[in-house]
Design a protein. Structure first.
Length: 607
């Protein structure tokens, strides 16, 4: 099932009973806590989570895409990791751990040493041997299972690790959202047959739903494979967020939801290519853009729209291990842009880049702004088209000479295509590939990915189990990831306001932030007592017991840090009350000081 409706509550606080209080009740005293909040936003922060996690003293930048966790950050991180671990254990997965530093040979066997391209951190040891820092560990897990298991009776098995991964991301970004060093929970399932793989996949899907629900995330499960009926071979858990780099489509009529890269345009029916008037070239001075062309043709009495024109964009591709780039022309209806990410996803593992001015200079046959597919066969350049450019469709397009265009250029008559490619941008309102209703488009951040690998890795390493008839059975695998460190940024991204973070209780650095204000010793004594009573009741407390810090600074800090419940022990004490404030709603209530601990413990238990 592909799900188009968002799951999960927003900024929901979870009760202490929901899962155990994994890390135990603690008291953090701000007078000694290794914490300095910042008044100013860090200069390099582009998105709210980055800005707030740095300002509130959760993380500090060490390198591009490399961050240190300060104590508060470590607490939140540990809580997230514990939830991920609990849900993996609950589904029966077993935890192992691999080194991140790995010899080249394992990744050579699957060609990923080369295929991974520039994202792979490669290094040499003192003897000159090649090593890499693991970006993901399919190879190692496959070999581990091969080493230990041999009989069909051993299977199925699911193994996981929570481990630091390294990827030399082209654009590390937004703090811990996209690191070059980050923590991933990666698991791998090993089954004897397809039904087993489907069962392991479904278990992961359920475990991920539980995990992300507990983390208080809003998310959508989207199909990550092409094809209208892509089904569940690969799905991503995307947290909707304006800061996200992923775009996904959803159909509110039938529930289809897919990563934009995976959306497959419905192929158009082929028609007779010889039913059109003959190709005719026309002079079109000064028309390198579609708009200028449409305007000029209108002046000549030719009523065409941008959608009737065929836009031909030159790109270059390079297969893993190749040194040279090869030009390829991509044809899309002229009213659409080419979406490079969709092209790259379609042509993976080849790299795809824009054809630059110097590339055009090296290929004079490709006349920039006036390219028509009529000439591409002769030039020996591959021509890939959007599925809308079906056999028998007629187009206005370039005539391969400056200031010249051609009309009635028909697919299958005047040019041939070398293949279809999902290259055109997807737009809100485009027809759903399943039911035809209008699609919506949103941005989000990928927090999890579940993927049926099949036998690719088992084939590479000949991972077999001996069957009951003593014949070998090739194992089929799944691979499943959660961005554990990223999840913290994603929660922050969804759960904050103008004043600071608003953690869901399940991951908050504390349940209650007790703020002592004023100069009077009695206030500090009362705050201390309240904190102790709370800890005894299993409540995790952050206590602002700093002397000589103004109430204003303390209030601002409490809002920035984002503990779900804030208790002010101050002026009200004289009349026997403390103020309890809900960080998310801002709602305040006065509670008699002697009843406060019980009241707060109940509050935390209710969520
Ligand atoms: P993205 O499209 O965001 O680069 P990906 O497709 O490369 O993600 P996977 O290889 O499926 O991601 O990795 C599994 C999970 O690890 C992702 O769902 C994501 O949550 C997390 N992840 C991937 N790359 C990073 C990164 N650079 N920093 C932090 N987390 C990451
Ligand atoms: Mg990636």
């Amino acid at each position: 099932m592909i799900q188009g409706t968002p799951h999960g509550p927003q900024c929901e606080s979870r009760s202490l009973d929901h899962g155990t209080d994994i890390l135990g009740a603690v008291l953090l005293r701000m007078s000694t806590l290794f914490l300095r909040t910042l008044r100013e936003d860090p200069a390099d922060a582009e998105v709210p989570s980055h800005r707030l996690l740095v300002r509130a003293g959760y993380v500090r930048r060490v390198a591009p895409g490399g961050y240190a966790w300060l104590p508060l950050g470590q607490v939140v991180y540990d809580r997230i990791e514990a939830i991920v671990k609990e849900e993996m254990d609950r589904m029966g997965a077993q935890q192992v751990h691999f080194p991140a530093l790995l010899p080249r040979e394992y990744y050579e066997a699957t060609n990923r040493w080369t295929e991974y391209g520039p994202d792979l951190f490669r290094l040499k040891d003192r003897k000159g041997a090649d090593y890499l820092l693991g970006p993901t560990h399919e190879e190692l897990f496959t070999l581990m299972v091969k080493g230990e298991y041999s009989s069909y009776k051993d299977f199925p098995v699911i193994l996981y690790q929570i481990q630091t991964k390294y990827r030399d991301e082209p654009r590390p970004r937004a703090g811990i959202l996209r690191g070059r060093e980050f923590v991933m929970k990666d698991s791998y399932s090993f089954d004897l047959d397809d039904a087993g793989l489907q069962a392991s996949y479904d278990k992961h899907r359920d475990a991920y739903i539980r995990t992300f629900d507990r983390l208080g995330l809003r998310y959508v499960i989207v199909s990550a494979v092409s094809g209208a009926m892509g089904g569940s071979h690969s799905e991503e858990f995307i947290a909707p967020s304006p800061s996200g780099e992923d775009t996904f489509v959803a159909c509110h009529a039938c529930g289809y939801a897919a990563n934009t890269e995976a959306v497959q345009v419905r192929a158009q029916a082929a028609s007779d290519p010889f039913a059109h008037p003959p190709l005719r070239e026309v002079d079109t001075p000064g028309t390198p853009t579609i708009e200028s062309l449409v305007a000029l043709l209108a002046g000549q009495g030719l009523a065409v729209t941008a959608a009737d024109t065929l836009k031909n964009v030159v790109l270059k591709t390079r297969l893993p291990g190749e040194d040279d780039w090869t030009p390829v022309v991509v044809g899309v209806p002229g009213d659409r842009e080419v979406d490079l990410r969709r092209v790259a996803a379609s042509l993976a593992p080849a790299e795809v880049e824009i054809f630059e001015a110097e590339d055009f200079a090296a290929h004079p046959g490709l006349v920039r702004g006036y390219i028509g597919p009529q000439a591409l066969r002769v030039l020996g350049v591959r021509y890939l088209v959007d599925p809308r450019v079906a056999q028998g469709t007629s187009w206005v397009t370039g005539a391969n000479a400056v200031d010249r265009h051609a009309v009635h250029v028909v697919a299958g008559r005047d040019f041939e295509v070398d293949g279809y490619v999902e290259a055109a941008e997807v737009r809100a309102g485009d027809p759903c590939p399943v039911c035809g209703d209008g699609l919506s488009i949103d941005r989000g951040i990928e927090v999890g990915h579940i993927f049926q690998l099949g036998r690719k890795y088992a084939d590479a390493f000949e991972l077999d189990a001996l069957g009951p008839d003593a014949k070998p059975i090739r194992i089929t695998m799944g691979s499943y990831g959660i961005g554990v460190s990223r999840a913290m940024a994603v929660i922050a991204e969804q759960c904050h306001d103008a004043k600071g973070l608003v953690w869901p209780r399940a991951v908050a650095p504390a349940d209650v932030h007790v703020v002592a204000t004023g100069k009077d010793d009695t206030v500090f004594v009362a705050a201390d007592e309240l904190a102790d009573q709370l800890v005894v009741r299993g409540v995790r407390v952050l206590l602002d017991d700093r002397r000589g810090v103004s109430p204003g600074v303390k209030f601002n800090d409490s809002e920035l840090i984002g503990v779900p419940t804030i208790v002010v022990v101050g002026r009200g004490l004289a009349s026997g009350v403390v103020e309890v404030k809900d960080r998310a709603t801002g709602e305040r209530t006065e509670v008699p000081v002697e009843a406060a601990a019980g009241h707060l413990a109940d509050l935390c238990r209710q969520g």
